[in-house]
Design a protein around this ligand. Structure first.
Ligand code: SAH
Ligand code: SF4
Ligand code: F3S
Length: 458
């Protein structure tokens, strides 16, 4: 009987990518995929440390898993539990103390060693591997099978850059992911070609600071993200490109220009601003002012009129006054975001902001978050409503909710449902006819671009 693994991922796109690569590693070790933890011989929790709630969720899940492990043991089945990801990196051995059901702990830069760690578990050890070797994992990952790639759908994340040297005063990422580092162009192109050969039509280049990308090119010189995107756009079968997450200070002229001249680059940009107050931005160590951000938005919109912008916000950073918060509301209103993520500040152990004396009371943070979210939600709906009547191209991802319907994404990353026939992976021009709270409705206008025939050998 083959063993089964269940990988559960929390947090950002980097973790989604890592979870897929861990599945590849374990598939090469003979593990099939389990539908749920209750039928798994191995459970991997790929964790996130970004906010306290995210980290605490891991421990409640580990509590449940321990009970499951005992139940399965009573029925004669062994269950191994591995904690991976950013909580693993941040807390290491502490996890074994707090959650005795855990068999191994492995950080986000060393999971290529999972097979060795599992062998150590078989010998009765409880290994902890939180090394931060630069890029080593990428050299040790097995090639995923075409079938496993295909199961991932028509859109895939591809890690091009990892880690962060920016040290925003609230953020754990520089500690959990390590120093900023870019993968070489050739390795990324080879991976993208494999994705394309397996039928993937859209690639999202990901990194904690993706627009700081400066990997070495085939010419031995560092390439910018704009140059890398141009190269990826030339791969047959790749219809769409996106990238995330960007820092405003790394938005180079050539990347802004790519939004003008690279048709495959979708008109959607996630550009976190965190706050609209210069005082708070300085305390956050973001190294730009609110006006710099506004001017950058103007440049981006000049390059690609109508581009959808999204952002991240933190409310209730230590020392944030009502006036500071008002500046955030003002900046958000001035930009008019198509989508946004907003969070209450969460003090993270080891970060400079956590030690500040002037923490904002929870009730104030809650109330500000509600006000900001109300405004952001109204902007999101306004953006969606404004697309009604327009003709856009949809990348078909899956069957829709009702028979005869298809579901996919607009260039602006909106979920769209429409009646029509096309294969998964086709690009279909549609006219947007209506707008619900979470998706748009559309009708095809004719002129489908079919998905390319797959290479039979892939
Ligand atoms: N590299 C990205 C963001 C990574 S974390 C950037 O520079 O913007 C994703 C988001 O989580 C951040 O943009 C921020 O809004 C939020 N976040 C990070 N640390 C946080 C904290 N301590 N409390 C609340 N939100 C936080
Ligand atoms: Fe965190 Fe700042 Fe780095 Fe983004 S840029 S990952 S918020 S330290
Ligand atoms: Fe979370 Fe780590 Fe991503 S802390 S947001 S999983 S980089």
């Amino acid at each position: 009987m083959t063993k089964k693994v269940f990988v559960r991922s929390y947090g950002c796109q980097m973790n989604v990518y890592d979870a897929a690569r861990m599945s590849d590693i374990l598939a090469a070790e003979g593990y099939g995929e389990a539908a749920g933890a209750d039928e798994a011989d191995l459970v991997v929790l790929n964790t996130c440390h970004i906010r306290e709630k995210a980290a605490e969720k891991v421990y409640s899940e580990l509590g449940r898993l321990r009970r499951l492990k005992d139940e399965r043991a009573a029925a004669g089945h062994e269950t191994r539990i591995v904690v991976a990801g950013c909580v693993a990196q941040a807390e290491g051995r502490e996890i074994l103390r707090r959650a005795p059901g855990v068999d191994a702990v492995v950080g986000p830069q060393s999971y290529h060693r999972l097979p060795e760690l599992l062998r150590a578990v078989e010998r009765g050890d409880k290994p902890v591997d939180t090394d931060l070797p630069e890029l080593a994992k990428f050299d040790h990952l097995p090639e995923p099978s075409a079938a496993s790639l295909r199961a991932r759908g028509v859109s895939a994340f591809l890690t091009v850059q990892e880690g962060c040297d920016k040290f925003c005063s609230f953020c754990v990422v520089p500690y959990t992911r390590g120093a900023e580092i870019s993968r070489p162009v050739d390795a990324i192109v080879a991976e993208a070609e494999r994705l394309a050969a397996a039928g993937i039509r859209e690639i999202t280049a990901i990194g904690q600071n993706v627009n700081a990308y400066h990997g070495s090119g085939p010419d031995g010189r560092p390439w910018s993200l704009a140059r890398l995107l141009e190269r990826l756009a030339a791969i047959p079968g790749i219809a769409r490109l996106r990238y995330t997450t960007s820092h405003p200070n790394d938005m180079g002229d050539d990347l802004v220009a790519a939004h003008r001249h690279l048709p495959a680059l979708m008109p959607y940009l996630h550009l976190p601003v965190q706050s609209g107050s210069d005082r708070i931005l300085a305390a956050m160590n973001r190294r730009h002012r609110a006006d710099d951000y506004r001017r950058l938005v103007d440049r981006i919109r000049a390059a690609r009129p109508g581009i959808a912008l999204s952002s991240d916000f933190i409310v209730g950073f230590p020392g944030e006054t009502e006036a500071d918060f008002g500046e955030t509301l003002r900046l958000a209103a001035a930009v008019g975001f198509a989508a946004a993520f907003s969070f209450k500040y969460s003090a993270r152990p080891g970060t400079p902001a956590a030690d500040k004396a002037d923490q904002v009371p929870e009730a104030v943070r809650t109330e500000r978050l509600a006000r900001l979210q109300e405004q952001l939600e109204a902007d999101r709906r306004r953006f969606n409503a404004a697309t009604v009547g327009r003709t856009v191209e949809i990348l078909v991802e899956k069957p829709g909710r009702h028979p005869g319907q298809l579901a996919g994404k607009s260039p602006y990353l909106q979920a769209v449902q429409f009646d029509g026939q096309a294969e998964i992976g086709a690009v279909v021009p549609v006219r947007i006819t209506g707008c619900g709270p979470n998706s748009l409705f559309a009708e095809p206008t004719g002129g489908v671009r079919p998905a390319p025939a797959l290479d039979a050998a892939a």
